[in-house]
Design a protein around this ligand. Structure first.
Ligand code: HEC
Ligand code: HEC
Length: 397
């Protein structure tokens, strides 16, 4: 049996130092992804027409971020009341597997420059024309708190920003680069709300094959998973995969994907939702291509190879030694920590970290302060079902 050298009880300082090193690694990795993106953008092979016609609508790289949300192009009603977004080219959308953010409700929009389209030739990493803008609004108790904004600049890079609403909900101003640690926000858990820093945006958005996380073939499939926790009802007039294709806004989708309705490959409804949940809440960091690829924990699903990615996920967690040592301290010294420990679901670090009350060990490491009980139950059920249907050959208690 291999044994991890890490001590059972890490001091906070040690844990912090470790987390910092990892954050640096994530950022370095993000930089690499960015550079690769630039290379791809520079190559004239595909989408040339799209990008040329978009240039006139794209923001020059050095342009400062607008100070007000309305200046980003997301138009609210003349009375400023959110919910009355105007502008026919601003399309609302809703991913079938939403990210858990302490119960905040969300609305999202995309706008492509006129005459452009998304290049879907890699169905798992769409290429968006320069000038693409996406927004995501977070609200508690019916009041918007922040609206996040990402934009693809004329040089192909993406930029990230967020705008914080005033208490009346009439205007939103650019948040500082470092975010806001504890914004008073009625309706948020404990009355406080954490606005992420721009480095946080990049840690999540640049950790996988595409910086756009909730607007892709799987997330926009017209066949939505009805059972996933916190499933949203798509807003009126929302766009999805079929609508984008019909409007000519999405092209070059490989025939193998275009002829089917993308969905997660799973034998049961529970397994489908569980894989979808991990895809949306964890897969942007834990995947086999990004900065954390060396961890070999692949929680992102693919539409090009749905069955293969589902198998890869299970194989990368089940019975796999975990580098993380449980902070429960109630196991014998010789117990090896596992991501999913066969026959010992509650000892599995994957579940422990989702349920952890400690900031330093909780997963995801940012954007969550209230444990997602429904998500946790789903993952637990998935593991138990899996074990019942495929009894373990060598199960050592
Ligand atoms: C903890 C990870 C995480 C952090 C931090 C984060 N995001 Fe996201 N974001 C996501 C995920 C996952 C989605 C898609 C799922 C959803 O919307 O529910 C998303 C969706 C979005 C969208 C809609 C377009 C898309 O990619 O689907 C925008 C815009 C956005 N985020 C902007 C930001 C900005 C700006 C920041 C920083 C201020 C930020 N995000 C921080 C994970 C994160
Ligand atoms: C913002 C990026 C990010 C997101 C999102 C994220 N993680 Fe992690 N995760 C990390 C990093 C970095 C590490 C390694 C450092 C550590 O263990 O704290 C890690 C480590 C882990 C480990 C220990 C790995 C091992 O060797 O066994 C588990 C288990 C884990 N994460 C589960 C999850 C789950 C489940 C989710 C979603 C509910 C999730 N993570 C979401 C960044 C992330």
């Amino acid at each position: 049996m291999s044994y991890t050298a890490a001590p059972h009880h890490r001091s906070v300082a040690q844990a912090l130092a470790r987390a910092r090193r990892l954050v640096v690694r994530v950022q370095a990795g993000a930089l690499l992804v960015l550079m690769l993106l630039l290379v791809v953008v520079a190559s004239p092979a595909r989408g040339e027409v799209t990008e040329r016609s978009a240039t006139t609508f794209a923001t020059a790289p050095d342009t400062p971020l607008p100070q007000r949300l309305s200046e980003t192009g997301l138009l609210y009603g003349a009375d400023g009341v959110p919910g009355r977004v105007v502008g026919a080219d601003t399309l609302p959308f809703s991913p079938q597997y939403p990210l858990w953010s302490d119960g905040a409700s969300k609305r999202r929009w995309i706008r492509l420059p006129p005459g452009t389209f998304i290049d879907a030739s890699d169905p798992d990493a769409w290429r968006f024309p320069v000038g693409t803008r996406l927004w995501k609004e977070f609200a508690h108790a019916g009041r918007p708190i922040e609206t996040r904004f990402i934009e693809r600049l004329a040089d192909g890079r993406w930029r990230f920003a967020t705008y914080v609403w005033n208490l009346q909900g009439t205007d939103a101003l650019l948040a500082p680069e470092r975010g806001v640690r504890a914004l008073p926000a009625p309706g948020a858990p404990g009355g406080l709300y954490a606005v992420p820093s721009r480095a946080d945006c990049r840690a999540c958005h640049e950790g996988g094959p595409s910086p756009v996380l909730g607007f892709g073939a799987l997330q926009l499939s017209p066949e939505r998973d009805p059972q996933v926790p916190h499933a949203e009802t798509p807003p009126p007039g929302h766009t999805d995969l079929a609508d984008l294709q019909a409007r000519g806004l999405l092209r070059l989708l490989p025939a193998t994907v275009a002829q089917t309705t993308p969905r997660i490959a799973a034998a049961s409804a529970v397994a489908r939702s569980a894989l979808g949940y991990l895809h949306a809440n964890c897969g942007h960091c834990h995947n086999h291509t990004g900065p954390l690829a060396a961890m070999d924990m692949a929680l992102l699903q693919s539409v090009a190879d749905a069955a293969g990615s589902a198998r890869r996920t299970w194989a990368s967690v089940y019975g796999k030694t975990s580098r993380f040592r449980s902070d429960r301290g109630d196991r014998g010294d010789d117990a090896e920590a596992q991501r999913i420990a066969p026959g010992r679901v509650d000892d599995s670090t994957l579940l422990q970290r989702m349920a952890s009350p400690h900031v330093m060990s909780r997963m995801p490491p940012m954007g969550v302060s209230v444990v997602d009980v429904a998500g946790l139950q789903l993952i637990r059920q998935w593991i138990l079902d899996h074990e019942l249907s495929s009894p373990l050959k060598e199960h050592t208690p």
